[in-house]
Design a protein around this ligand. Sequence first.
Ligand SMILES: [Zn+2]
Length: 416
Amino acid sequence: MSDNRSLYATILGVQAPWQVTEVDVSPKEEQVTVTISSRPDVRHPCPRCGNPCPGYDTLRRSWRHLDTCQFKTVLIADVPRVECGEHGVLQITTPWAEPGSGFTALLESLVIDWLLEASVSAVARRMRLTWDEIDGVMQRAVRRGLARRQLGDLSMVGVDETSFQKRHEYVTVVTNKQGKVLHVADDRKATSLDEFWQSLTPEQLASVEAVAMDMCAAYVRSTRDHVEDADSKICFDRFHVAKLLNDAVNTVRKEENRALAAAGEWVPKRTKYIWAQNPENMPEDRRDQFERLRQCSLKAGRAWAIKDAARWLWSYATRGWARKAWKKWIGWAQRSRLEPMRKAARTVSDHLWGIVNAIVLGANNAAAEGTNSRIQRIKARACGFRNRERFRNAIYFHLGGLDLYPATASATHTTS
Ligand SMILES: [Zn+2]
């Protein structure tokens, strides 16, 4: 028995004043129960001020630890409460677990490692824990990570909406230049973004040089309310402009197909994605198909040409040249007699100031776009989320670049 005790003292890293006092192996239940006690004469530090204090009483607690081979392993300890002259009666922190957790820090770290690779339900199954327990580890990890983090470089931030669950529910996601998620908020209102600006210090706010976003009035309003000189920093980047124009081409295509069908003519089928693709990315056979399509879909072909021309208007060095080129393009689109393109051109015209900002500041939302598709993958892996809170947590967990691990485990736990 004493061999078992010293074995567990060694592998658990139990140090004075703590000692392993009992190891109970139960083959029937496939469980090892390790009892740890503190020497009774020791004055433990107050968890608030660190001053050694006299003991008050003890409370029995237990923690699930890493398995011993196939045996579930549980630590039990009578954890002292100390009586601090200044802070009253408080339970001390143990070296193997964070306060409030029913798991040792090493077990939490292992759960975090697995959660980075698999869904909550898969990890729960594999680790013989409940879904709620695994979710609790994940939530604690995010809270810990958010409390520790430094936001770092805010010179260029991207704001985007991403869908949650149903079609018309959204969250707002703020990312940095590298696509790291800085903030997640419900909805896509001005107040959603306000939350982020209000979380920054005046120095952080002043360091913002460019804010890439959709042509969305709510985000513009929020940025104007919080960021100084916002009108020279708000950028409507090429990704969002391309999305607007692709949607317009698609509307032209649908209207044209409807008219062709009404006139009893041949209607090209399943061409939405062909019109959305750039010719240089098309495989050879697709390009032939595309050329044939342009011969018979005259309106969609014209709309596509207008959209395609806009792709080449993003590399001007000065505001003057950029504005001039876009105005020329807007004129062309407005003369096109294709109402969806004219409408898109009006939107571009109204937002030209921010498009010009994006061009001269070199703001692009490529990193945010990548983050958005990673968010959608996380959603797919989880088979959706029960509520936004969980969705928000998962985004921070996977894409927040946070230090997620319990501090008590960091000495022995190495992350890759
Ligand atoms: Zn104290």
